[in-house]
Design a protein around this ligand. Structure first.
Ligand SMILES: Nc1ncnc2c1ncn2[C@@H]1O[C@H](COP(=O)(O)OP(=O)(O)OP(=O)(O)O)[C@@H](O)[C@H]1O
Length: 256
């Protein structure tokens, strides 16, 4: 079953000088896949994510999520669709400092006016899954970066979204926290069957995916699949990046 279908997508940023950021993108993600999007800086990764997450609209082409085109929805319908069907994880966590960890996690349910009992039960399950039960009553400035990202993942998955979108989720973390966060995402993918699309520069983070799609100059350039071992997939990612990614500075964030 296809969760995401991107068909013939083009994105041109108009301005004094028009930028053709994406050209004729076709991408399908099936239920239960964990797909990474990689490519050099400026290749169009964030633009693609923004079109899928409905932050921005494609110039031409179509995005279908679970068979529905969110870009054709009315504003109120789209707000509900985003809250219930999509989960978002960002590099800088996007948590609210004035709320506790628990309050941050249940925010999408609070906005949906779900019964307190149901919220408590879902909160408990999400916190257990992410290993953050002990910190539920803390404020977000009292916890580590890795704990903040796990809080953000709990919030993004508490509604059981059909598609979880992650933009550089390890970008602000050290290598230990990055591994913990990627292991959490893997568990959510494998145990709950949540479909994940992740944009990253980080080959270590990417090595947790099942499939990596490489973008170069706004076009799909290559695709690789993970076999049995994450270590050999990691090496395959480095090799593909050095072939498609251009210069060595693109690999500066590598953490083995
Ligand atoms: N709002 C915008 N207006 C005009 N041009 C833009 C805008 N956003 C992105 N671009 C241009 O579109 C192209 C793709 O940018 P995008 O941010 O999608 O790349 P990226 O692969 O995510 O890069 P990075 O890895 O550095 O975040 C670049 O040439 C960029 O300068």
């Amino acid at each position: 079953m296809n969760i995401l279908e991107v068909k013939g997508m083009n994105k041109v940023y108009t301005g004094r000088v028009a930028t053709h950021a994406l050209t004729d993108i076709h991408l399908t993600i099936q239920k239960g896949e964990f797909v990474g999007i990689m490519g050099p800086s400026g290749s169009g990764k964030t633009t693609l994510l923004n079109m899928v997450s409905t932050i921005d609209r494609p110039s031409t082409g179509e995005v279908l999520i679970g068979g529905s085109n969110p870009h054709r929805m009315k504003k109120s319908e789209l707000a509900l669709f985003r809250r219930r069907q999509l989960g978002f994880v960002f590099q800088d966590f996007n948590l609210l400092d004035t709320l506790t960890v628990a309050e941050n996690i249940v925010l999408p349910l609070t906005l949906d006016r779900r019964p307190v009992k149901e919220m408590d039960s879902l909160l408990f399950q999400a916190a257990e899954r992410l290993g953050i039960t002990e910190i539920l009553n803390k404020r977000t400035y009292e916890i580590s970066g890795g704990q903040r990202q796990r809080t953000a993942i709990a919030r993004a998955t508490i509604t059981s979204p059909v598609l979880l979108l992650a933009d550089e989720p390890t970008g602000a973390l050290d290598s230990h926290s990055s591994r913990v966060v990627m292991e959490s995402l893997t568990q959510i993918n494998e145990k709950d069957g949540t479909t994940i699309m992740l944009v990253t520069h980080d080959p270590l983070a990417a090595s947790y995916c099942n499939r990596i799609v490489f973008i170069k100059d706004g076009k799909l350039a290559a695709e690789i699949h993970r076999g049995e071992s994450r270590q050999s997939f990691f090496q395959k990612i480095i090799d593909t990046l050095s072939f498609w990614g251009g210069n060595a500075s693109e690999l500066s964030s590598i953490r083995v």
